[in-house]
Structures are given as C-alpha cells and as structure tokens.
Design a protein around this ligand. Sequence first.
Ligand code: G6P
Length: 462
Amino acid sequence: MASTHGAHRILVASNRGPVSYELRADGELAAKRGGGGLVSGLSAIGPDAGALWVCSALGVGDREAVRRGVGEAGVRMLDIDETVFADAYNGIANSVLWFVHHMLYQTPREPVFDAEFRRQWASYEAYNRAFAQALADDAAPGAVVVVQDYHLTLVPGMLRVLRPDLRIGHFSHTPWAPVDYFRMLPDDIAEQVLRGMLGADRLGFLTHRWADAFTDCCEELVGGLGDTRVGVHGLGADADFLRRRSREADVGARMAALREEIGPGRKTIVRVDRTELSKNIVRGLLAYRQLLKDQPSRRGHVVHLAFAYPSRQDLAVYRDYTAEVRRVTDEINSEYGTPGWTPVILHVKDDFARSLAAYRLADVALVNPIRDGMNLVAKEVPVVSDEGCALVLSREAGAYEELGEDAITVNPYDVIGTARALHEALSMPPHERAERSKRLAAAGTALPPAQWFLDQLRELER
Ligand code: G6P
C-alpha cells in the first residue's frame, strides 16, 4: 500500500498559495511571491524537510502555469474547474463562511439559503474533495498535514477516510462565529462543517475566544469535540524580518515620498488593510472626520494615511465598499482640506515597501476591525515605527487578547468613541508612547511565525 503513496512528510494545504503567476502581454509568466505568517512559518523547517504546499490556481496566470508545467519545487497548484472554483471561493467561502464568522450579514435580507446556495455548496464539496485527493496522493505514510482556513473545512474529514494513517491538523485564521450566529447555516450544512473539521486530530485557532466559540458550536450541534483536540496559537509578527526589511533602501525612498505628501511637522495616523468589509475602514474615516470637527486645533496638523488595498473585487459588495472608502475620503478632503494640507491620503495600490514606510512614520496606528481573527498590522507597526506609535485597537480584533493592555481600545461601531481614542493617542506624551510601543512590540512578537508553525507540528506529532 505504501508504494502508492507520495513521499512528502509535511504537507500544507490552503486556498491561496505562496506564489502566483501573472500572464503578461508578451505571453510570459511572471511569478509573484506572497508573504504572510504561513510562508515564513514554513521556511522554518528548511528546504530539505520534503514539505509540500498544496494550493489552488486562482487566476488566468496560475492556470496557465499549471498547464505549462511551470512551478516551484514544494508547491503543487490545483487547477480546479473554473466554475467549481468560483462557486466554492466567491460563493461559499467568501460570501457565506467569511460572512458568518465575521458576522457581516444584514440579517433582515441575508443570508438566503436557497437552491442556488445548494448548487454552490456542491461545488464547495467538490473543491474540498480535490484537495483531499491531492493530499492523499502526495503524503508519505504517517505524514503530517496542516489544512488552513474556512475554504477547506471539509478536507480533514475527507482525508481521514482516504488516509487514516495521517496526522491531520486544521488551522483557522479567522474568528469563529458564536453558536447563535453560526446556526444560521442550514442544520445539515452546519453539521457538515463541524464534522469535516472534527476529522482532524487537532484544530488550531488564533485566540481562546475563537477556540471557545468553536467548542460551543460542537457541543450544541454535534454533541461535542469527540477525540479532536483544540489548541490556541497566537501568531505573532516576524520581528527580525520586519526590522531588516524596513531598513532597506526602497523603504527609505518611499518614506521620503510620503513625507513630501504629508508635509512638515504633521502627526500621522496610519492604517493599512485589504479593502475588506470587516476592517471597518469607513467608520475609521468617519471617526477621523469627527476628530477634525471636535478638535479644530488639530486641523492642518495631522494627516491620516489610509492604505486600502483591493481585495475580492469579483464580489459586488467589495466593489461597493471600495467605492465608499473613496467617496468618504473625498468628502473629508473637500470639507477640511486646504491648498497646503490634504487631511486623508488614500493609497490603493498594494506596495509592501510603502506600507513599511508608513509604519515607520506612524505616530498612531488605527486598527478598528468589526471582527478579525488576529490582525497582524496591530502587531507590526509598533515593531517598525521609528519613534514608537500609539495603537488604537478594536476590542473585536484577535490581537486585543495580547495587546489590549497597552493599546487604546475601542468599540469599533462607536465613531465618537473612536474619534476620542484618536485624540487621546495623538495627545499621548512621547515618553509614555515610546514605553507602550516597546511593550506592544514585545507582546506582538512573542510567537514568531517559525515557532508558531513548529509548535503546531510538534503538537500533531505528539
Ligand atoms: C484572510 C484569510 C486568508 C486569505 C486572506 C486573503 O487572511 O484568512 O485565508 O487568503 O484573507 O483573502 P483572499 O480571498 O484574497 O485570499
């Protein structure tokens, strides 16, 4: 039997992989490497460990790469039927499961679990089955498999059936919905998700709050966790990488350009997000507008650097939200701006070096999601900021569990309260700000990605 198995001893599965391809006008494929905790975590085990990362082909470039046999050692991209992929990714993962866990529905009208939903659910099953099959084919006997996130909740259960010899883990990078919200899903679907995940030996979450919510769901809906263990691994920022990378020349150049845009002697409130409904960018802007209204002496002396990078633009609600971010920005700038001062500087083109430059310049970091699995920006800015920054942090971000003490915490729905928090952050004495920022940086880097990943492997091998 072992001879039909693959040779990989450690496998990671996620929807979005560590590399993506762009099909250029001249027909060439350009590879783009991604960042994030999983990429640096996996690098900790070294290239010789025989690890394999199974992911999906996301766009035209990726599909072309698969067809041409272009790829990287250690990465297997699955070219899943385009309609199946779109239903699973846009329809179920990002429009249903993401909405459930982030509690994003406008419930009088949504969700509607109708025949169209059932059709898409069948695609989600097919998509999960494709991953389970690929993992089953490539895993060595007794290998460890770590499945990531809400896209792949059914994989552990499916893989368990195909390969009972494997050690299977699943890690959720999102919040988990409270049981009253989770059970909005049709009963059979809710049960399928939970049982799918419980196919794993061990489930990982970013905070105790999310782990407890999952456990509650299991107790109410499927009679408990069974033999599956649940653990918490609070992914931290990668201090070494951030400190090194933020000192490089391109970041310096971006700082000079940003300083030019900001103007001399002004304080800077920085936010960096995907343009994601859960990030609460619009209320952040409204709070900033309220600050300018309530504190006339701040006008002309503060700038809000808002970096909002496009995300999930196949979905109409995300396109609308992106438009709203622009509209509110324009409103604030025309209401308060003067020839020498632009109150909000909005950048939408994803540029990591410029994000780091903004981190370095930040007097205040604004992280106000309505719900967020962790939020690494909250952990990264204090590490990178040149003068130490004050952090305005939503109590609904996972990072609140570790950073709550030294941040100025806000209820993300309370625009007036957030405006007040911004004022308090801007007014913080330099000494206090530096001290708090140092403690935030220490707390936010306590569990670097490498250790975060190794801990999970060790727990699975136990
Ligand atoms: C969150 C999820 C990830 C996802 C990322 C970007 O962080 O936990 O699984 O990859 O958002 O979203 P996208 O839909 O662009 O992959």
